[in-house]
Design a protein around this ligand. Structure first.
Ligand code: DON
Length: 563
C-alpha cells in the first residue's frame, strides 16, 4: 500500500518535472533564436562581437572585433602574427568575396629552406622559432575589412581586444593543455615566456594573462590602420626581433604584404549552393569535389557502412588532387574549373568499388598531429550580412616566438608548404611542386570557411583541425542535407581520410564495432584517435522567418549568442 502511494507521489512529481522541463525548453528554444548571431571559439570573443553589433556595427565590424579578441584570448590558435580567410556576404547587393589574409613566405625564402646539405628535412625548423614564420596577413585583413565593409572605425572595433589585452584574461584548462604541449618551445624565447608562462611553468587556472605590448601594437593598428603594423616602429621591431633570433624577414617583406580579394569556389549539392574557400586554400575545391563525387550515388539506397566506405573513398580521391594540383594561385596555374566540374567527379568515382577499398600509393608512415589550435567564427547580422572566418597561427602557440617589444606571437605557417616533395608536414599532408616554397608565395591551406544555402535557409560554418578541416565540413554538409539542425552539424562524430597516409582516422564513437570490422574487411586500415578533434562554429538563418539559430562544437569552449 505504502509502496503504491509512494509510487503515485513519485509519478505526480515526475509529471511536474516534465511540465517544468517543457516550459524551460520552450523558453530556451525561444531564447536560442534571433535575427543576428555570433558563434565563436571563446565566450569573450562572442560577447565582444555582440556588443559591437549592439553599438551599431555590422557583421564586418563584429568580424574585426571577434578576430582581434580571439587573437588576445586564444594565443595558441590565431593572432595578429598569423593569417586567415574571411568569407563575406554583403546583404545590400549580394556581393560575395573571400578576403585572403594568408601568410606569405619571406622574400628571402627558397625551396630548400628547411633541408640540410644532404637534402633531408631538418626536424622542427619549419615549426619552431622565427624561421618558421610567414609574413602575417591578419592585421592587413582586419584593416581592409574595416575600411571597405565596416561601419565603425578600426579603433572602435579593436577597442575590446585592446582592453582585454591590458586587463588580462583568465587561463582555462584548454590554455593549460596547449601551453603544456608547447612548454619546451615557449621557454626558448624570453618575450613569449614572460607573457604566456609563469616562472617557466604553465600558469594556474584563473591566472590573468596580460599582454601590454600586444595592446600597444593593436593600438598602433587602431590609429594607423594597415601601416600601423607593416610600417614604422612595430614593423621595425618585428624585423629586428626576427633577424636577431635567426629569421630572415626584411622591411620589404612587411611593406609589400597585401591582402587579396578572391572569388569564392562555388558548387552545388542536392539543391544546395556551396560557397567556400578559394586557393590558396584547398578547402573549397576539395569540399566541392567530394560533394560532386557523392552526388553520383543514391546514398539512401546504401547501408550505413557502405555509405561510410563511399565517403572515405571520395575523400581519398579529392585529397589526392589536393596534393597534386593545389598551391598559391598567384604562382601556379590550378585547373580549378576541371577540379570542381561534376563531369570530372564522375570520372573520379569510376574507380570506386563498393566492395573494396582502393589502395592509395604506398608511402612511409607519418606521425600526425592532433592539434586543437586555429580558430573559426561565424556571424550573421540583422541586415543579413554574413562572415565565415577561419584564422590560424598553425601549431599551438605558432612558432612560440614573440618579437621583442611587439607582443606579437608569430605563426609557424611555413610548415604548410611542402618542404620537400612527398615529405609529409605535421598534419601528414604531402604535396609537390604546386606547393613548394618560393619567395613571396602563400602556403597551401585547408581552412574552409563556408556558406551553404537553399530556398529554406542559409548556413555559415567552419572549423579548425588541420588537414581534417575539409572532411569535417563534408560531414557537416551531409548532416545539413539530411535536414539536421546546427547542433548536429557541429557535434556529429567524425572520420577522415586524406589519401596519404592510407588510413581512416576516426573519433572513438564515429564507427561502431561492427562498422569497423566491415571496413577492415573491405581493405581499409583504421586508426582510432585518442582525442576528439575540431571546434566547429555554425549559424543558420531561416529565410522565411528571418530567425537565426546556431551552435558551438561541444568539443570546445566556444559560445553561440543569438539576439
Ligand atoms: O592553414 C592550414 O591548413 C593549417 N595551418 C590549419 C591548422 C589547423 O587547423 C590546426 N588545427 N588543429
Amino acid at each position: 500500500m505504502n509502496h503504491l502511494l509512494f509510487s503515485r507521489v513519485k509519478k505526480q512529481k515526475y509529471w511536474l518535472l516534465i511540465l517544468l522541463g517543457w516550459l524551460f525548453l520552450i523558453t530556451e528554444v525561444q531564447a536560442a533564436a534571433g535575427h543576428a548571431g555570433i558563434a565563436a571559439a571563446h565566450p569573450l570573443a562572442t560577447e565582444a562581437g555582440i556588443a559591437v553589433l549592439n553599438q551599431g556595427g555590422n557583421a564586418f565590424d563584429a568580424a574585426v572585433t571577434v578576430a582581434a579578441v580571439l587573437a588576445v584570448v586564444e594565443p595558441y590558435s590565431s593572432g595578429m602574427g598569423g593569417g586567415g580567410f574571411w568569407m563575406l556576404h554583403r546583404a545590400k547587393d549580394g556581393m560575395e568575396v573571400m578576403l585572403d589574409g594568408r601568410e606569405r613566405a619571406p622574400l628571402g625564402a627558397h625551396r630548400d629552406l628547411y633541408l640540410d646539405k644532404q637534402g633531408e628535412v631538418i626536424p622542427g625548423l619549419s615549426v619552431n622559432g622565427p624561421l618558421s614564420a610567414g609574413i602575417p596577413g591578419q592585421p592587413a585583413a582586419l584593416a581592409h575589412l574595416a575600411k571597405m565593409y565596416g561601419r565603425l572605425t578600426l579603433s572602435q572595433s579593436l577597442a575590446p581586444a585592446i582592453r582585454i589585452a591590458r586587463e588580462g584574461f583568465p587561463v582555462d584548462e584548454h590554455y593549460q593543455r596547449m601551453a603544456r604541449w608547447r612548454l619546451e618551445q615557449l621557454k626558448r624565447w624570453p618575450d613569449g615566456q614572460r607573457v604566456f608562462l609563469v616562472e617557466g611553468e604553465v600558469p594556474a587556472l584563473g591566472y590573468l594573462v596580460k599582454q601590454l605590448d600586444l595592446a600597444d601594437t593593436l593600438a598602433a593598428i587602431a590609429a594607423r590602420g594597415h601601416d600601423g603594423f607593416y610600417q614604422g616602429a612595430v614593423a621595425e621591431r618585428l624585423v629586428q626581433g626576427v633577424r636577431q633570433a635567426g629569421g630572415i624577414w626584411t622591411m620589404e617583406d612587411l611593406d609589400s604584404y597585401q591582402v587579396m580579394e578572391r572569388k569564392p569556389i562555388r558548387g552545388e549539392y542536392r539543391g544546395m549552393k556551396i560557397t567556400s574557400a578559394a586557393p590558396p586554400s584547398s578547402g573549397g575545391i576539395v569540399l566541392v569535389s567530394m560533394l560532386n563525387q557523392l552526388a553520383q550515388f543514391e546514398l539512401e539506397s546504401l547501408s550505413a557502412v557502405q555509405k561510410k566506405h563511399l565517403v572515405i573513398e571520395v575523400m581519398r580521391r579529392a585529397y589526392r588532387d589536393r596534393a597534386e594540383y593545389l598551391g598559391d594561385p598567384d604562382f601556379v596555374s590550378i585547373p580549378v574549373k576541371r577540379l570542381i566540374d561534376p563531369e570530372y567527379a564522375a570520372g573520379l568515382t569510376r574507380s570506386i568499388q563498393l566492395d573494396s577499398a582502393t589502395p592509395s600509393r604506398q608511402q612511409p608512415k607519418t606521425q600526425i598531429s592532433e592539434g586543437q589550435d586555429t580558430t573559426h567564427y561565424s556571424i550573421i547580422d540583422a541586415e543579413g550580412n554574413r562572415v565565415s572566418a577561419t584564422l590560424s597561427i598553425n601549431y599551438p602557440f605558432g612558432s612560440c616566438f614573440v618579437a621583442p617589444g611587439t607582443g606579437v606571437l608569430l605563426n609557424d605557417e611555413m610548415d604548410d608548404f611542402s618542404a620537400r616533395p612527398g615529405t609529409p608536414n605535421v598534419y601528414g599532408l604531402v604535396g609537390g611542386e604546386a606547393n613548394a616554397i618560393k619567395p613571396g608565395k602563400r602556403m597551401l591551406s585547408s581552412m574552409t570557411p563556408t556558406f551553404v544555402e537553399n530556398e529554406a535557409g542559409i548556413a555559415v560554418l567552419g572549423t579548425p583541425g588541420g588537414s581534417r578541416i575539409i572532411s569535417m565540413l563534408l560531414h557537416a554538409v551531409l548532416a545539413l542535407s539530411e535536414g539536421e539542425a546546427p547542433e548536429e552539424w557541429v557535434s556529429r562524430p567524425r572520420y577522415h581520410h586524406q589519401y596519404l597516409p592510407d588510413t581512416v582516422q576516426h573519433e572513438a564513437d564515429a564507427l561502431t564495432q561492427e562498422e569497423q570490422q566491415q571496413l577492415i574487411a573491405l581493405g581499409h586500415s583504421l586508426k582510432r584517435l585518442e582525442n576528439s578533434y575540431g571546434n566547429m562554429q555554425a549559424l543558420k538563418l531561416d529565410i522565411k522567418s528571418g530567425e537565426v539559430t546556431g551552435a558551438s562544437d561541444p568539443r570546445g569552449l566556444g559560445k553561440t549568442v543569438v539576439q
